[in-house]
Design a protein around this ligand. Structure first.
Ligand SMILES: *[C@@H]1O[C@H](CO)[C@@H](O)[C@H](O)[C@H]1NC(C)=O
Length: 330
């Protein structure tokens, strides 16, 4: 009986001890997981850092390639000097920036004080970046695509003065463009599609649609030049080789220069544009696209340009380029 009692007691004690151990064991297991997770996070972070460093020093395989020299910013502006200052002081901090070209179409030339302030801003952020006003005497939307003489780099980042993209987004787009320098690479996709109900015979009628249509279908055929990279050769082609009737139409209607540029690039390259994921900060009030009749006017431009080009050059796609460091699962 005594033996039995002590055996039972022994048994109870082991169970109790086991119970006591399992409690902390669970916590220990959890702790181990936490530590392992943190370690993985820190390690991957460290490798991100290494990636970052190696890309900012730009190890180019071909040292003579003008791609490696960076890109020029072509900024379109109209009487919004505070936005211009804000944009320029931001982009001047971006690595890879070679020069800034301000497309100026106002009747009066830039004031001495504005010129001084902007040069000072750029000088303070990156003294190697060149800043230039491209002064135009005629007020036309075609001015934004005038050829830039003596540009040392091939890449042009065309951007409006009222949107700001973080340097990391600009760099991602520039990297993508370097892989596909003959097409447009940008942040604002738009879609053009055939409207069967309005097409007659073998003549297609196209409709231009806004962002929601891209969002819904995941398909697009243009990226707008309000924020896009393209090769500088397209400035020359736009100004000197594209039919003058298209430029005249754009001057008269004060719209659609960006659609014409998309048509032109697609006609030359035969390739779709590339949409890059990027953070957009809108710093100005909403522009022309919020005015009434916008979609109708853009649709009219598309159909007119299809006639001028003798067919639809745009190629649709559903590719989106993203920074893989920002995604967890693949
Ligand atoms: C489109 O490309 C074709 C073939 O390269 C060319 O002949 C034509 O002139 C281009 N059209 C326009 C409007 O630039």
């Amino acid at each position: 009986m005594v033996m039995r009692g002590s055996l039972l007691n022994n048994h109870r004690r082991t169970v109790q001890r086991l119970r006591q151990m399992i409690g902390p064991l669970k916590i220990k297991l959890l702790l181990c997981f936490c530590i392992a997770f943190t370690a993985i996070l820190l390690l991957t972070r460290a490798s991100f850092k290494i990636d970052d460093d190696s890309t900012t020093t730009t190890p180019s395989l071909d040292p003579n390639s003008s791609h490696s020299k960076g890109y020029a910013i072509l900024i379109n502006t109209w009487k919004r000097y505070d936005l211009l200052k804000q944009s320029i002081s931001h982009y001047a901090t971006c690595p890879g920036l070679h020069s800034i070209h301000i497309v100026w179409s106002e009747p009066d030339p830039p004031s001495h004080s504005l010129d001084k302030i902007l040069h000072h801003l750029v000088q303070k952020k990156n003294s190697r970046v060149e800043l230039k006003f491209d002064i135009n005497h005629e007020d036309s939307l075609n001015n934004r695509f005038k050829e830039i003489k003596d540009l040392d780099v091939d890449a042009v980042f065309s951007v409006d003065d009222d949107v700001i993209f973080p340097c990391s987004s600009v760099k991602l787009a520039f990297d993508v463009w370097q892989s596909a320098p003959h097409t447009m690479v940008g942040f604002v996709p738009r879609k053009v599609s055939v409207d069967q109900s309005q097409s007659q015979g073998n003549k297609d009628y196209y409709i231009y649609s806004g962002w929601w249509s891209v969002w819904w279908t995941g398909t697009y055929s243009m990226v707008l030049s309000k924020a896009a990279f393209f090769h500088k050769k397209y400035l020359r082609i736009y100004t000197n080789e594209m039919p003058a009737s298209i430029r005249q139409f754009i001057t008269k209607n004060r719209n659609c220069e960006d659609i014409a540029m998309s048509f032109l690039v697609a006609n030359v390259s035969g390739a779709p544009p590339i949409w890059v994921k990027g953070k957009i900060y809108e710093i100005g009030s909403t522009g022309i696209s919020s005015l009434g009749g916008h979609i109708e006017r853009r649709t009219e431009c598309v159909n007119r340009f299809v006639a001028e080009f003798g067919g639809m050059p745009l190629v649709s796609t559903s590719v989106k380029a993203i920074d893989s460091r920002g995604v967890w699962f693949w």
